[in-house]
Design a protein around this ligand. Structure first.
Ligand code: SF4
Length: 502
């Protein structure tokens, strides 16, 4: 793929690309609400071409085929002045990225990443210090793409395009100087931990609910957690994905409580009932070492989101005392980007759910409507961290040592949303290992309520979702045989392993 400034001969193909992109985006989760009659118009694109500001990516395999495009200039629309930019720059020291577009036929080929890399290079060659952009507040896949490629999100601001169109958009920037590149690629390690520390319990914002509970004073948050650590079970578990459980088992530690309250939860005794035993953080360290001694292939922290403030201490202490196996962070996917960033270097494997694409479904079933946007941003950050550390690594036995697996539980009656989830994952992080599960089992509340969630997933529904994953191009996929609904997937929450043996 070659990305270069466009010339007159490319123009028709570039306009055609923008038309295709506008059509494909319409009504999709990544709709930028472009309209070729208003923005971008053919004449505005031509002005950019004449100014040398229009760039395009070309397919090496098919001469003249345009895979994507962008415009780079120094024009900030009204509202940019509200952001506290990471890098101060005079007007002639900044570049602004506009209209980044990828052909619908070329998604998943790294075109977006290549365009962004080219935009950074072009900004540098113009002697800019910083590259800025705006992206509509509800365009979660685009936000995720920019976060994954190192941009900083300054927040959402009211902007006015062309003096007419009022929108809410994220303002983001990237320091294109050499020092900035270094900081960006290493920001997690360099950043002090301001969230994952005991002080954050004063007004808890550990998860995206940001309920502000005074946990340090013993007040429980929406997750059920207060100032003490509660654990429900710590034991070897054989039924995670093969590269996690292997033959020997994964050393799972189930934390009590959960920021989500999914109505169909299989683990409702611990998620909603907060079942468990209070233990000091030192006991968490001992448990990790005991699981390693039992032969665990990894330490699998199941729903530790609301106790993540303890992990920097607990993992460092366990490492100092001989813990050598990977740390798996097994999460609902509803995570703050800042928490994920601060877990870099602590977590080796992200085993992350992606539950819903539809925020109404998230509100109905998990009582939160921002699940898709939070999950997509967190996922992008997880992938970026794994890439920055050198990518996914397996040992000789095929056991994952570093990496990411995105899980999705297919829900009865919601195969369409499952397919949208897979598309979102593909658009955000491309070909990552995915685990598509059909083990949904109606709990007592769902059976009593009746409706679609009172039954299991049909073979036809499951096949539809698996076919979608194939069609998108996922090459590393785990799936389940049979209708699951096996009690071994949901172990007994009897506090096994939580207390020291007498
Ligand atoms: S982790 Fe719990 S207490 Fe903290 S913000 Fe989330 S729900 Fe609230």
């Amino acid at each position: 793929m070659d990305v270069r400034p466009a010339v007159e001969a490319d123009f028709e193909a570039i306009v055609s690309l923008y038309r295709d992109v506008v059509d494909a985006m319409h009504g999709s989760p990544y709709d930028a609400h472009w309209d070729m009659d208003y923005h971008p118009t053919e004449s505005s694109l031509y002005e950019s071409l004449e100014a040398g500001d229009l760039y395009a990516a070309f397919d090496d395999a098919r001469e003249g085929r345009v895979l994507g495009a962008f415009v780079l200039n120094a024009q900030q629309c009204a509202g940019y002045e509200q952001a506290l930019w990471s890098t101060a720059a005079s007007d002639d020291e900044l570049a602004v990225l506009h209209l980044l577009a990828v052909s619908p036929d070329a998604r998943g080929r790294g075109v977006g990443d290549a365009l962004i890399a080219a935009a950074k290079d072009a900004a540098r060659s113009r002697e800019a210090r910083t590259l800025r952009l705006d992206v509509l507040a509800d365009n979660a896949p685009a936000v995720a793409l920019y976060l994954r490629t190192g941009f900083r999100d300054l927040g959402v601001f009211p902007l006015v395009y062309d003096g007419v169109f009022a929108v809410s958009a994220h303002l983001m920037d990237f320091d294109v100087t050499e020092a900035g590149e270094r900081v960006s690629s290493d920001d997690a390690q360099a950043a002090p931990r301001t969230l994952l520390c005991p002080a954050s319990l004063a007004a808890c914002k550990l998860c995206p609910r940001r309920c502000g509970a005074a946990r340090a004073e013993g007040v429980a948050g929406a997750c059920g957690a207060a100032d003490t650590l509660r654990l429900a079970r710590a034991a070897l578990h054989m039924w995670e994905e093969p590269p996690i459980s292997g033959e020997a088992g994964s050393g799972t530690i189930f934390f009590s409580g959960c920021p989500l309250k999914c109505v169909y939860c299989q683990n409702h005794e611990i998620s909603t009932g907060n079942f468990g035993i209070e233990v000091p953080p030192e006991r968490l360290v001992e448990i990790m070492l005991e699981l390693q001694n039992q032969g665990a292939l990894n330490i699998n922290l199941v729903t530790a989101t609301h106790y993540a403030h303890l992990l920097p201490y607990a993992v460092a202490e366990a490492r100092a005392r001989g813990l050598s196996i990977p740390i798996v962070y097994n999460t609902s996917g509803y995570e703050c980007v800042s928490a994920v960033r601060e877990l870099d270097g602590i977590v080796d494997i992200w085993l992350t759910d992606f539950k819903y694409a539809d925020k109404r479904l998230a509100r109905t079933l998990s009582h939160i409507s921002d699940y898709p946007q939070q999950a997509i941003r967190a996922l992008a950050q997880m992938k970026r961290q794994i890439d920055a550390r050198g990518g996914i690594v397996f040992d000789d036995e095929g056991i994952m040592q570093r990496g990411i697996i995105v899980r999705h539980l297919v829900l009865p009656g919601h195969a369409d949303d499952s397919r949208r989830v897979l598309r979102m994952v593909w658009e955000t992080v491309g070909d990552v290992p995915i685990s598509v599960m059909n083990q949904y089992t109606p709990n007592a509340a769902m059976r009593a309520a009746g409706g679609e969630l009172a039954r299991a997933v049909t073979d036809e529904e499951y096949e539809l979702v698996l076919d979608c994953a194939d069609d998108l191009g996922f090459t590393q996929m785990y799936w389940q045989e049979g209708g699951a609904v096996d009690e071994s997937f949901t172990p007994a929450f009897d506090t096994t392993g939580v207390l020291p043996k007498q």
